[in-house]
Ligand binder design. Structure first.
Ligand code: GLY
Length: 573
């Protein structure tokens, strides 16, 4: 099998560095991040320069966008361990250059022994931390099967070649960035609380440039390289996961692992003016909510009002309030609950939802119940995303997660990776908020084998039938509103993609009834106008972290990583 050998791989990125690295950052690390790239043929945007470099090398070696995305996901499982993963799950949205679309859902599933009250005490109250930290918080991982199935259907290069760079990065180690070192230091107590044995992440005082080697992870990735899905869901790795479960009161079994299958689903699609939006259906709420939001604002003259005009923000916030109320009530895993997608996206329904919108006054969330025709939310900011376009115009938007930073913090001894804490994305108790402040109901109640509701919004947008944008983000419940706003920044307000991504954002999720705004992101005068309409505001440091590609009018590609993550990186050629 052809392989990207370590020496070639490292010489490629050291060459890139030696050409461009005047900064201290680059000299210490051997890599640096580029936030805004132009390419005449192909583009990769990911949360880490080493992951982007892997994707670019695969594209240059003749791989298509699906190949490059798979390689990027495996690489970020090594170099972005707080969210990149093989112990978690995600969603991939694909648009081929002939217009064919597909999505693969490799979201984690509740284990067979899971039940709806598993995070409640005898009095029926939530036991704090049980769904977020430790073994019981983990869902059955989906990433490996999802990537393998995506490759079987659309891959061009051999799978073994796509995983090889990740194996080498794990085996040889890589220098951690300042951001990663800070995260590793922040979570030391959590690592020690749920891991009895030493592991490569447990170390005092991580510093930028320290080398993180993951020998066991390299062995696990090699097993997957040699045996495909059986290399993870059966044999030594499956045994190691189950042993880990037994040691910590977890419930994932050999049978759960052997039976896990990712699921192909038709994309959720819809129109906004001249644009066709292609996004992820449930169990993600992302695609449905994004389309609802766009339809709710479509008939208002936001282009004339402009960016950060109080009328624009008020309208968008009121749309967000209504879409998130619907999310809380109606969205969950379609394999278990009849999600009324067509009704939620119908023109009559959306118009009805906005019928009580007043341009002069904020609504109260207590008055905005979920839309009535039949039959709430959970999620952390530590997910991650990659956007890829290849030289033939095939595009992939992939969002993947362990949920919180380093998932449930349990590192599988003998197999070398963190497990997710995705079970917290279920509604553990109706009406009680999860770590994102989201509430849920029956649609998202825990059942064995069910997938938990997500906000991940990997999205591809066409304009007049041509590829226009590939976009997505980490950021928990704020992902949907970030994708909504960055797209409109370009499509309605005419911003260049870099300005659109970096512009300050706002977020309303129905409950709690307040607008989240980014620090120093909204001028005082504008805040006063929003307050006069009845809005309350709450400041946070930052929200979702967008990674996007814009196909420009001349056919070239602009890739942009977000200023909000110092390691975000765009690379094209
Ligand atoms: N765990 C974050 C999400 O799925 O939305």
């Amino acid at each position: 099998m052809p392989k990207i050998r370590c020496s070639i791989f490292f010489s490629v990125f050291f060459l890139v560095i030696s050409l461009s690295s005047s900064t201290l950052f680059a000299q210490q690390l051997g890599y640096s991040s580029n936030k805004n790239a132009l390419g005449s043929q192909a583009m990769v945007v990911s949360p880490h320069p080493l992951a982007s470099e892997v994707g670019l090398a695969i594209l240059k070696a003749g791989g298509n966008a699906i190949d490059a995305t798979i390689a990027v996901q495996f690489a970020q499982a090594v170099v972005y361990p707080r969210a990149g993963n093989i112990g978690g799950g995600g969603f991939m949205v694909i648009r081929l250059n002939n217009g064919e679309t597909a999505t693969i859902d490799y979201r984690e599933k509740a284990p067979r022994k899971a039940h709806r009250n598993m995070y409640l005490d005898q009095a029926g109250n939530i036991v704090p931390g049980l769904s977020t930290k430790g073994h019981l918080a983990a869902g059955v991982p989906g990433t490996v099967d999802g990537l393998i199935q995506a490759h079987e259907k659309y891959g061009k290069l051999p799978f073994q070649q796509l995983i090889q760079p990740a194996i080498e990065l794990a085996e040889n180690g890589y220098p951690v960035s300042q951001t990663e070192a800070a995260r590793l230091n922040r979570f030391q107590d959590d690592f020690k609380a749920v891991n009895d044995d030493p592991n490569p992440f447990i170390k005092e005082n991580w510093k930028e440039g320290d080398i993180l080697k993951q020998t066991l992870l390299a062995q696990t990735l090699t097993r997957i390289q040699q045996k495909g899905r059986a290399g993870f869901y059966k044999g030594k790795v499956a045994k190691a996961i189950v042993k880990e479960m037994k040691e910590g009161n977890g419930i994932i079994s050999r049978r759960d692992l052997a039976k896990y299958r990712a699921q192909w689903r038709a994309a959720v699609t819809g129109q906004y003016k001249d644009y066709t939006v292609i996004s992820m259906p449930p169990p993600s709420s992302g695609g449905v909510a994004l389309l609802q939001l766009l339809k709710m604002v479509e008939d208002y003259p936001i282009e004339d009002w402009g960016f950060h005009d109080p009328r624009t923000i008020h309208l968008m916030v009121e749309a967000e309030r209504r879409a998130y109320a619907d999310r809380s009530q109606h969205l969950g895993d379609m394999d278990f609950y009849p999600v009324p997608i067509d009704s939620l996206l119908s023109k009559e329904y959306v118009e009805g939802r906005m019928a009580n919108f007043s341009p002069k006054k904020a609504s109260l969330s207590s008055d905005i119940l979920a839309g009535a025709f039949q039959g709430q939310i959970k999620e952390s900011f530590e997910t991650t995303h990659s956007s890829v376009v290849d030289k033939d115009g095939n595009a992939v938007s992939l969002t993947t997660t362990l949920n919180s930073n380093f998932g449930c913090k349990v590192w599988v001894d003998e197999a070398g990776f963190f497990l997710n804490n995705e079970m917290d994305d279920f509604s553990s108790k109706p009406g009680v908020p999860n770590q994102f402040g989201l509430v849920g109901a029956e649609a998202n109640a825990i059942q064995p084998g069910k997938r938990m509701l997500s906000s991940m919004t990997p999205t591809i947008i066409e304009k007049d039938g041509e590829l226009f944008m590939v976009i997505g983000a980490p950021g928990g419940s704020t992902i949907i509103t970030a994708v909504f706003q960055v797209f409109l920044n370009v499509a309605a307000f005419g911003m260049d993609l870099e300005a659109a991504v970096n512009a300050s954002r706002f977020h309303h999720q129905w409950l709690p009834d307040r607008i989240l705004i980014e620090k120093n992101g909204i001028k005082e005068e504008l805040k006063e106008k929003l307050k006069a309409l009845g809005h309350q505001m709450y400041e946070v440091n930052y929200m979702a972290v967008i990674k996007a590609i814009h196909r420009l009018q001349d056919g070239s590609l602009q890739g942009v990583g977000d200023r909000r993550n110092p390691d975000d990186d765009a690379k094209g050629y």
